[in-house]
Write a protein that binds this ligand. Sequence first.
Ligand code: GLA
Length: 368
Amino acid sequence: MLIHASAPARVNIIGEHTDYNGGLVLPTNTAIFTRVMASPREDRVLRVRSSTVDDTQSFTLDDLRPGETSTWIEYVKGVAAGLQKADIALRGAELLIDSDIPLGAGLSSSASLELSVAKALLGISGESISDRDLALLCQQAERSYAGVQCGIMDQYSLACAQYGNALLLDCRSLQTQQVQLPTDIAFILTDSGVRHSLTDGEYNNRSEECATAVALLAESLPGVKLLRDLRLADLEARKATLNETLYRRCRHVVTEIQRVQDTFDALEDNDLQEVGSLLNACHESLRDDYAVSCAELDELVECANSSDLIFGSRMVGAGFGGCVLSVCRKDDAVAAAANIQARYAAVSGSRPWQHLVTPAHPARVENE
Ligand code: GLA
């Protein structure tokens, strides 16, 4: 028996750093993949080879606990542990993992690894669970085994966004709506070439800052359990309760949740100009209020927006490096991408990786 499983990359159209605040997000998936090949073993060992990072690791399914350092294998272990905790009877297997998703580029390479491994392990064990439970289990794997206090957006998008759709996800209720994108819209990804590491603490810092702000605000606003519950007018009225940094973190989250709703409306109206303006406003908020951008990303956004063909651009994912997402008309996409590439190459000295967002199936076993 040989199982082939895959998971795409997610591209968050808008709604950055809102998921762990119970807010709205609007991601879609794109056709770059993590692929896992799996064959069964007679014992209880998982032997896992990643050709992406050129490393092989093994562990037994009977003794699973988080390791001391959060390397790639922790994501695999976390998924196996989560499946077993959900009473899935796993069997030993040989796994070969390969990925064409740039790592640490804001395209959820970690969640894609989790989802593709989970699908492969389920496939080889002849088991299945719901997409919702799978997403939650993979999120938990990342939190417990890789130490990243991530939200639910990436895993939910990869498990649930249907082919070619965006997914409007309410990260508190987990209610979803499949969103058909306008037929003449195109999204271009351009990699700044700068890399972040989510495990380096900045990401967890942001989520702690949000929790601290909620605790302070809840003293006078008991209904605020998450920043999702905060209205902009209430934030402005309580500005003195918070220091400048916490106030800005809150302002980003509250305005960003509104931008998700506004982008959803603009997509429905086929108003690409407005989608572009919202992407630009999102970038400014991430840069100035949430402080998760960096000089190279700001420069890349400027290069992209200096092309007349582009309606707007922003950094994607957690930040501190990775890709910029730009929106334009489908007919202009090839010329617009070339413009961005030439302009960024001129300032950065090297030609950036680019990708045109392309419909993709959610995580799945290919040969079931
Ligand atoms: C990472 C996390 C997500 C989300 C984004 C920022 O991708 O895994 O849960 O918080 O950052 O929007």
